[in-house]
Design a binder for this molecule. Structure first.
Ligand SMILES: Nc1ncnc2c1ncn2[C@@H]1O[C@H](COP(=O)(O)OP(=O)(O)O)[C@@H](O)[C@H]1O
Ligand SMILES: [Mg+2]
Length: 367
């Protein structure tokens, strides 16, 4: 090599050509190589050991494996910047000591691949978000539907139920009933109560038409709910841990509704820990959202059930109605918030409520 003809031939090749001699040094390079690696003159690169041109690559013992096609190597330019290249490595019959590297930069392809990967990740995220909002939509549609049905059924049942109730009262007043009769009356009354409770719960399911929004301290709501469950909490030896952020702004909430939401979440947590455990309630600020996290160390929810727990009438309890979380969901959503669950079967559950902080009035402003 080295003749003008050969030089001319090498320079006419669009790919980078580097001829490495048996000492592992660049003996000959073409113009494309100079351009690729940012050298001005051939002399700057000639006699450089190949390790200076190609990262983490040794030519020792390479000859026995030749030819090698489409090897992904990392060339180093004059400044040491890494350039990914796809290289074909060969040798020549008449110059068996030479190794010829014919390379083409794949930086652009690499960039494209990384752009593609990023786009794909973005697509996956968007898809997940879309799926989540679709789930939300289906859920709120279900809720609205349940609400409508509930309201009409409740009205239909309430009236005859009141009649039954009144008749029972009359029966009790008379003297014609023996002990056996009273036993049955009690059963009827108990069941009337149960039906009444179910109807009330069903009605609660329908989203409140209008929220009565007033500034109210959510911590106070939580404390009141905890207080109402004190006996159960003590009886079941549940340890209550409160981490309230006292600097949180006071939100405008429908106190009764939010109380009902916490009642349901806290009662579920208590019911999940019949043999004791920790009930932890955290509050914190997250951007423009107030977060309340209710964590228990109870039964947890099997993965396959998670998707169903907010559905009306989904319950795994013998005495359960399955409307608690449905109601809770409706209340939080009508406040412009969200409710999320994270649970591990037999380890415990975490319910996170987030409520937007709108028209905020802080504690200090209020005082
Ligand atoms: N903290 C919790 N730990 C374990 N399971 C829970 C918890 N909260 C809710 N669940 C599951 O979700 C179901 C639905 O809850 P809910 O709507 O309150 O109805 P109910 O309490 O009447 O069963 C429960 O039956 C239970 O299986
Ligand atoms: Mg419940």
């Amino acid at each position: 090599m080295g003749t003008d003809h050969e030089k001319d031939f090498l320079d006419s090749i669009i790919d980078s050509v580097i001829v490495v001699d048996k000492e592992g040094k660049a003996r000959e390079v073409n113009k494309a190589t100079l351009k690729l690696l940012g050298y001005k003159k051939t002399e700057e690169i000639i006699t450089l050991p190949f390790e200076k041109i190609c990262k983490n690559f040794s030519t020792a013992g390479l000859k026995d494996k030749l030819p090698l096609a489409e090897q992904e190597l990392i060339y180093l330019d004059k400044e040491g910047k890494e350039i990914p290249v796809s290289v074909n490595i060969t040798t020549r019959i008449f110059y068996p000591d030479d190794i010829i590297f014919m390379g083409r930069s794949i930086s652009k392809i690499k960039d494209l691949i990384s752009e593609l990967t990023q786009s794909q990740e973005e697509l996956t995220t968007s898809y997940k978000e879309l799926q989540a909002s679709k789930d939300d939509l289906v859920r709120s549609e279900k809720l609205a539907y349940t609400g409508r049905i509930a309201a009409s059924i409740a009205h239909e049942i309430r009236n005859p139920l009141t009649n039954v109730s009144m008749s029972i009262q009359q029966l009790k007043k008379g003297n014609k009933i023996n002990q056996e009769g009273f036993k049955h009356i009690e059963i009827v009354e108990r069941n009337i109560k149960r039906i009444n409770y179910l109807i009330t719960e069903l009605l609660n399911c329908a989203r409140p038409a209008k929220l009565n929004l007033q500034p109210y301290d959510i911590h106070k709501v939580v404390n009141e709910v905890l207080e109402s469950y004190k006996t159960k909490i003590d009886l079941q030896r549940i340890k209550v841990i409160k981490n309230f952020d006292s600097k949180l702004p006071v939100l405008k909430i429908d106190k009764e509704q939010i109380e009902r939401a916490f009642l349901n979440l806290i009662s579920n947590a208590i019911e999940a820990m019949p043999r004791g455990g920790d009930l932890t309630i955290n509050t914190e600020l997250d951007g423009n959202f107030f977060l309340a996290k209710i964590r228990d160390t109870g039964k947890g929810i099997p993965e396959e059930d998670i998707i169903n727990i907010f559905d009306p009438f989904f319950s795994t309890k013998t005495q359960g109605v399955g409307l608690g979380l449905t109601i809770c969901y409706g209340i939080i959503v009508s406040h412009g918030g969200t409710i999320e669950v994270d649970s591990k079967f037999e380890k415990g559950s975490l319910f996170t409520i987030s409520l937007p902080i709108e028209q905020r009035t802080t504690h200090t402003e209020r005082e």
